[in-house]
Ligand binder design. Sequence first.
Ligand code: ADP
Ligand code: MG
Length: 266
Amino acid sequence: MTTIVNDNQPILEVRDLRTSFFTGNVEVKAVDGVNFSVPKGKTLGIVGESGSGKSITSLSILRLIQNPGKVVGGEVVFKGKNLLEKSEAQMRKIRGNEISMIFQEPMTSLNPVYTVGQQIGEAFQIHEGLGKKKAIERSIEMLKLVGIPSPEKRVHQYPHELSGGMRQRVMIAMALACNPELLIADEPTTALDVTIQAQILELMKDLQDRLGMSIIMITHDLGVVAETCDYVAVMYCGKVIEYAQVDELFKNPRHPYTVGLLNSLP
Ligand code: ADP
Ligand code: MG
């Protein structure tokens, strides 16, 4: 008998995920039966217009939904285990060690009163038990990795002393400091100028080639999907209406909404 080795096993499978917001007796279904998987070492794009449920999906995966929102059903299977059944303490460990997230706005996610090195270094102090000096050395290495010039100087600066593109690079460095297996990037380039956008996307692709992590890239821009993703889930009104390999989606879109999206590309 031959054994079939599946080297493309998903690192994450989301099954029938449902998240709602409640006002009194009124339920608004933000995520309404979402299914997709992220093959190990690959990039899944989640694309859809504003309000389609992309961010709520990613926050649900990490169990970061707060009142009056609630995950009301489904499964989030990460490395074979359903995250929706984990305790809050277990989730905190997973968020710090195995799954990292990058948000849209680097200015609101960085703490203005700490230097770049203090913020990146904190991850090394917590996760690897390093002292301050070693943590700063590792932070400098991370700044080099994400292509920040003069890292020895930048590491001692505060967020407001950096450009928007550099701040987003710092966010990426922070997300990578714990060496995650899965990186969730929620519109990481939307707030940036077009040329900086291209540089950040190039950086993320390059980092994935070198570090081999799996990525969920959330965007409202199909152009970003074409450039950076292997698979894509198209969301509309809280549902995934199409899931396919990227080449396949561009060649042979099945859903009328996807056809419309493709036709609206410049
Ligand atoms: P996207 O990231 O695709 O722009 P979101 O995931 O942020 O969209 O939001 C999806 C839907 O969830 C929204 O259209 C809205 O109906 C609902 N929603 C999001 N946040 C809240 C909230 N704090 N309270 C009530 N409804 C919300
Ligand atoms: Mg969003």
